[in-house]
Design a protein around this ligand. Sequence first.
Ligand SMILES: *[C@@H]1O[C@H](CO)[C@@H](O)[C@H](O)[C@H]1NC(C)=O
Ligand SMILES: *[C@@H]1O[C@H](CO)[C@@H](O)[C@H](O)[C@H]1NC(C)=O
Ligand SMILES: *[C@@H]1O[C@H](CO)[C@@H](O)[C@H](O)[C@H]1NC(C)=O
Ligand SMILES: *[C@@H]1O[C@H](CO)[C@@H](O)[C@H](O)[C@H]1NC(C)=O
Ligand SMILES: *[C@@H]1O[C@H](CO)[C@@H](O)[C@H](O)[C@H]1NC(C)=O
Ligand SMILES: *[C@@H]1O[C@H](CO)[C@@H](O)[C@H](O)[C@H]1NC(C)=O
Ligand SMILES: *[C@@H]1O[C@H](CO)[C@@H](O)[C@H](O)[C@H]1NC(C)=O
Ligand SMILES: *[C@@H]1O[C@H](CO)[C@@H](O)[C@H](O)[C@H]1NC(C)=O
Ligand SMILES: *[C@@H]1O[C@H](CO)[C@@H](O)[C@H](O)[C@H]1NC(C)=O
Length: 831
Amino acid sequence: MPTSFTSFLNHLLISFFLFFLTSSNSSDTLTGTQILTTNQTLLSQNQTFVLGFFGGSNTNYYLGIWYNNINPQTIVWVANRDNPIDNSTGYLKIGDNGNFVLLNSSGNPAWSSNQTNAKNPVIQLLETGNLVLKDSEQSINYLWQSFDYPTDTLLPGMQMGWNFDTGIEKHLTSWKVTGEDPSSGDYTFKLDYRGLPEIFLRRNQTIIYRSGSWNGERFNGVPEMDTDTDSIVFSFSDDAHGVFYYFSIGNASLLSRLTVTSDSDGELQRRTWIASSETWNKFWYAPADQCDHYRECGPYGLCDNNASPVCRCMKGFSPKNPQAWNLRDGSGGCVRNTDLDCPTDKFLHLESMKLPETTTVFVNKSMTLTECESLCHRNCSCTAYANIDITNGGSGCVMWLGQLFDLRNYPSGGGQDLYVRLSAADIGSAGSKHRKAEAIGISLSVVAIVLGLVAICYLRKKKQHRGSIHRSHDLLMNEGVPSRGHSGDRNMDDLELPMFDFDTLTMATNNFSQDNKLGQGGFGSVYRGSLIESQEIAVKRLSKDSGQGIEEFKNEVKLIVKLQHRNLVRLLGCCIEKDEKMLVYEYMENRSLDSILFDKVKRSLLDWKSRFNIICGIARGLLYLHQDSRFRIIHRDLKASNILLDSEMNPKISDFGMARIFGSNQTEANTIRVVGTYGYMSPEYAMDGNFSVKSDVFSFGVLVLEIITGKKNRGFYYANDELNLLGNVWRQWNEGTALELVDQSIGNSYAESEVLRCIHVGLLCVQERAEDRPTMSSVVLMLSSEAALMPRPKNPGFSLRKNHPETDSSSSNQDKTWSVNQVTVTMLNAR
Ligand SMILES: *[C@@H]1O[C@H](CO)[C@@H](O)[C@H](O)[C@H]1NC(C)=O
Ligand SMILES: *[C@@H]1O[C@H](CO)[C@@H](O)[C@H](O)[C@H]1NC(C)=O
Ligand SMILES: *[C@@H]1O[C@H](CO)[C@@H](O)[C@H](O)[C@H]1NC(C)=O
Ligand SMILES: *[C@@H]1O[C@H](CO)[C@@H](O)[C@H](O)[C@H]1NC(C)=O
Ligand SMILES: *[C@@H]1O[C@H](CO)[C@@H](O)[C@H](O)[C@H]1NC(C)=O
Ligand SMILES: *[C@@H]1O[C@H](CO)[C@@H](O)[C@H](O)[C@H]1NC(C)=O
Ligand SMILES: *[C@@H]1O[C@H](CO)[C@@H](O)[C@H](O)[C@H]1NC(C)=O
Ligand SMILES: *[C@@H]1O[C@H](CO)[C@@H](O)[C@H](O)[C@H]1NC(C)=O
Ligand SMILES: *[C@@H]1O[C@H](CO)[C@@H](O)[C@H](O)[C@H]1NC(C)=O
C-alpha cells in the first residue's frame, strides 16, 4: 500500500474516532473506542497526574506522565523515550491484541505495551501516577502497568529491583539531557541482588556510588535515611519472590520523588515539593561527598569525610603506596602489617561503618552474631563479619571472603558494627578484641600530635638560627605528619616532588617567548606551554627578587601539591634551577573568570547555568581549603582573576597560598602590610590585618555578586553609590528589585528563585561583622538546598577608598599591596 494512502486512511480513522470522542479530555480512562491525540490528556481522578504528549528537542514528541498543576512541568515517566514521534499527528490507542500502542502520523507503532488477553481493555491513569491496562473499568487486576517500566523517577509506591516470579527487573535510567532530552542517558541506578542486595549508581558500566546493604531500617550507606521517618517511609523486601526497594508517603499532600540525573556527572536526587515557594527542594542527594565516591580509599582503606585527608588505613594496615597516599590519592588502599595466621587471628571491632561491598559474601539470615563470629573464625578465608539487620539487637550473618572495599566511617553516627580479621600481633597489647574504633583513632592522633610537636620544636629551633623561616613550614609539618604513623621528618624527605628541568620548560614555552605569555604580575610571569606528550601546561616563572628561599619555596610547593580538589587548579610540579623558581600548573582553556565575566563580548558565554555552576564550584573549592586542612588554609586573595576556567567552564581556584610565599614580612603574626585586592577585602582585614576564614567568605560574597551582575566591585565609595556594587545590591535587595541587577547578557533563561538565593547568599557573605557571615560549609548547604534556612542579611561591610587613582586589576600582588594608613574607611550608607 502506498504510504500516502495509508496516512490518508489514518487521517480518516482519526477523524472517525474524534467524532466519537466527546469531552474525554478530563477523564482518567481511555476505552477501546477512544484515542488520545497529541493535544489531549488524561487526568487522574484527584488531578495529581496528567498523561499526555510533550515536546522534546527538535520536533520530537513523547507520551509521558507529569504532575498536574506543577510548574515547571515535571515529567515522571516517558513511554517512547528512545523512539520519539513527529509532533504532527501521533496518537495513543488500544490495539487489537489487548495492548496499547502509540502510532506516529503514518500509522506505524513507535511504542507499544505487550500483548494481553483482555477482552474489553481500558487504560486508566491512577492517582499514584501509575498508568495501567485492565480488563474492565472496575477490575483491580493490572495486565500491564507503567510502574513496571520506570524511566528516571521512582514515585511513592513504585518498586525498583527484581521480581523473580515474573522476571521483571526495574531500574532507573537518567535522561540524556536533564529537562531536554528524555532518551536513555548514561546513568543508571540498579539493584544487584547477589550476596547481600545493594543498589549501584553507574556511569555507563562504571560504578560511581553504592547505597550499602539494607540493615532493616535503611541502606547502611545512607545514614540520613532515618531522619523524618514520619513523612517518608522507606521499605525493602527480600525474599524468594523478589528483592526490591520502595518508599511511601504518610501524607498524600506531600510530593516526593527519587530521580537519577546526569547533573554533577551522575547524581541521585530526592526532591520534595515545597508548595509555598513552588520549588522542588533537593531533600537528599548522592554522591554527596568524597567518601561517597565508589572505592575512594581502595581495599581496606577507611574513608572519613571529617578527616583530612579523608582516607586512612584501619588498624593493622598501612598504605600500599605511601607516596600516592601522601598526595591524597587513596585508591591504592592498604595492606596488612602482619600476615594472618588463621587459628590465632583476632577480630577488630569497628563502629559506625558503611559495610564493605557485599556482592560476593556469604549470607545466613538466621544466624546470630556469636555464631557468625565462630564460623568466620573457623573459615580461614573469612576476612570480616557483621550483622545483616540492626533492628531488635541485631540478627543475621554476613561474611566477607576476600578484600574489603568501599568502607567509610560515619563519626557522627549512622552505619553499623563491623568485625575485621586481624593478626593477633596487630590487635594491640591490650588484646581486647572489643576495643572501640575511636580508641584507634585517638592513639593515632596522639602519635601524630607528639610527632608534630617534636617537628615544630625542631623547626622553631632552626627558625631561631636562620632568622626567618616561613610560616608555611608549620603548616606543612602538621599537614605532613600524618595520622598514619610516619615520622614527620622522614615523611618530608620521602615526599617526592614532581620536578621539571629548566630545559624542558624552556622548550615547552618556546624559550619563554612573548607569544606564549599569558599574564604578568608582581610575582613574575605566566607562560603557556606544551610538553612533549602534548600535555598543555601553564608555567609561572617567579621573579628572582621574590625574596623567597629555596627551602621555603619547596615547602610551599609540597603543601600545594597535596591539595587536590576538582575546584582547585592542579600543580603538576616545579622547577628549581639556575636561580630560577617555577611552578607548573595544568593549563586552563578559558583562562580566568575576569577575562570572560568583564568582557563585553565573551560575557554572553556565561549563561545562568554555568554561572551557578561556577559559584557552587568556587564554594566547594574554598570549603576544601578551609576545612580539609587541619590548620585551615586561608586564601586571602580570592578574586575573579584568580578563578580559572577549564574547557567546560568549571571553576578552579588558583594562587592559593601565594600570599604567603611572596614577602615573608607580610606573613608574620603582626601583619603590617595587607595583601589582597581592594573590592574583595573584608573590613577587619583591610583595617586591622586580621584575617580568618571569614575574610575569605567576604571575598567569596563579592565574587558571587560580581558573577550575578557582571559588574566589578570597585571597592570604594562614590557619593551616588552607582559604582558601588555591594551598596547597590543591598539597596535593591531591600527594595525588592534585586533581579534588575542580573547581568543582561544572561538573557531570561534563569530560575528567579535560584538567582535570588545566590544574591541572598552573597549578601550574607559580605556582612560587615565577620561573626555574622556564614562559614563555607553553610554556604555550600544554602547553595545546594532550597530548604536551607537563611537568615536576613545585615548591611554589608564598608568599602574602601584608595587615595591614588585606581589602577586596573592586573594580577599583581604587589600592585595591590598597600599599608593600612593609606586606606581611608568610609561607612557605607545603605540607602
Ligand atoms: C480523591 O479524593 C477524595 C476526597 O478527598 C478521596 O475520598 C478519594 O479517595 C481520592 N481518590 C483517590 C484515588 O485518591
Ligand atoms: C512541529 O514542531 C515544529 C518545531 O517546533 C513546528 O514548527 C511545527 O509547526 C510543529 N508542527 C505541528 C503540527 O505542531
Ligand atoms: C487536536 O488535533 C487534531 C488533529 O490531530 C485537530 O483536528 C483538532 O482540532 C485539535 N484540537 C484542538 C483543540 O486543538
Ligand atoms: C513512522 O514510523 C515509521 C517506522 O518507524 C517511519 O518509517 C516513518 O518515517 C514514521 N513517520 C513519521 C511521519 O515520522
Ligand atoms: C514486553 O515484554 C518483553 C519481554 O517480556 C519485555 O522485554 C519488554 O520490556 C516488554 N515491553 C513493554 C513495553 O511492556
Ligand atoms: C558512555 O558511553 C557512551 C558510548 O560508549 C559514550 O559516548 C559516553 O561519552 C559515555 N558517557 C560517559 C559519561 O562517559
Ligand atoms: C498533610 O499535610 C498538609 C499540608 O502540609 C496538612 O495541612 C495536613 O494537615 C496533613 N495531613 C495529615 C493527616 O497529617
Ligand atoms: C543458617 O544458620 C542456621 C543456624 O546456624 C542453620 O540452621 C541453617 O541451616 C543455615 N542456613 C544456611 C542456608 O546455611
Ligand atoms: C569458607 O566459607 C565459604 C562460604 O561458605 C566456602 O565457600 C568456603 O569453602 C569456606 N572455606 C573453608 C576453608 O572452609
